[in-house]
Write a protein that binds this ligand. Structure first.
Ligand SMILES: O=C(O)CCC(=O)C(=O)O
Ligand SMILES: [Fe+2]
Length: 245
């Protein structure tokens, strides 16, 4: 979004105390409940966060076949978080900003885990659910390039419909936006197609006035900060204590 379009974050710059209500950003056409806040952060914050991601210590990066990621806060097991070092200040800042939202995370479920995903144009993530270890609210800050996040019905019982027949629709995620996914939408699969061109279509929940057929090339690396809470925090394992010495 351009600077001349006043958005929530520009308001926030001028009036630090302005509190956003996440429920003002419900996407009506999307499954319940997806909330989408364009310009949740400003360009300076985006640049700063991208810089911190890029300059993180080399060993923080995990290389997957088609994506790089950083795990902050600890290792998420099936049921709990095995905590790691303290959350760095640059991510704590974003957690704090999200906690200031009304109707976001409850006080007693402050995010304690951040996953940083980096996608080059053409890269994506297989449809999946985030699973039961997390408090069922996903918050993601989008940096760099745009993407389409696609939603699918999960397989229910004997229903073996192929994935494409379970496709529900997509969210258009712009840089500097925040998306919140909870309730029924948390139970759906979400994924990002491996392609380098997205086209606005009638299945884009938040297309607004964007014309059907409008093509958006993925030209820039996209970095997402997926900020979540794991309610069960395990006691530090002996192994992790040993590693620290
Ligand atoms: O990059 C994204 O927005 C999605 C990441 C995601 O779904 C995940 O890491 O579980
Ligand atoms: Fe996910």
């Amino acid at each position: 979004m351009k600077d001349d379009i006043p958005g929530p974050s520009s308001l926030e710059e001028e009036y630090e105390e302005v509190i956003l209500n996440a429920n003002d950003f419900i996407v009506p056409k999307a499954p319940s409940t997806i909330r989408y806040i364009p310009n949740f952060i400003n360009e300076e914050e985006e640049e700063y966060l991208l810089h911190r991601v890029e300059t993180a210590p080399k060993p923080k990066w995990d290389f997957l076949k088609n994506r790089r990621l950083q795990n902050w806060g600890g290792i998420v097991g099936k049921k709990s978080l095995i905590p790691d070092d303290e959350m760095p200040q640059w991510l704590e800042m974003m957690i704090e900003k999200i906690m200031r939202l009304e109707n976001g995370f409850p006080e007693d479920h402050r995010p304690n885990h951040v996953l940083v995903n980096e996608y080059l144009p053409g890269q994506g993530i297989m449809p999946h659910t985030d699973g039961p270890a997390f408090f069922p609210l996903i918050s993601t800050i989008n940096l760099g390039g745009h993407t389409f996040l696609d939603f699918y019905e999960p397989i229910m019982g004997d229903d073996a419909k192929p994935l494409e027949e379970r496709f529900i629709g997509s969210m258009f995620l712009e840089p500097r936006s925040l998306i919140l996914i909870n309730e029924n939408a948390y139970q759906l699969l979400h994924g990002i197609k491996e392609r380098d061109l997205d086209a606005i279509n009638e299945k884009v929940f938040n297309r607004g006035d964007l014309p059907i057929g409008m093509e958006l090339k993925r030209e820039t690396t996209r970095v997402s900060l997926t900020i979540r809470n794991v309610p069960n925090v395990a006691k530090r394992s002996i192994m992790s204590l040993l590693k620290k010495t």
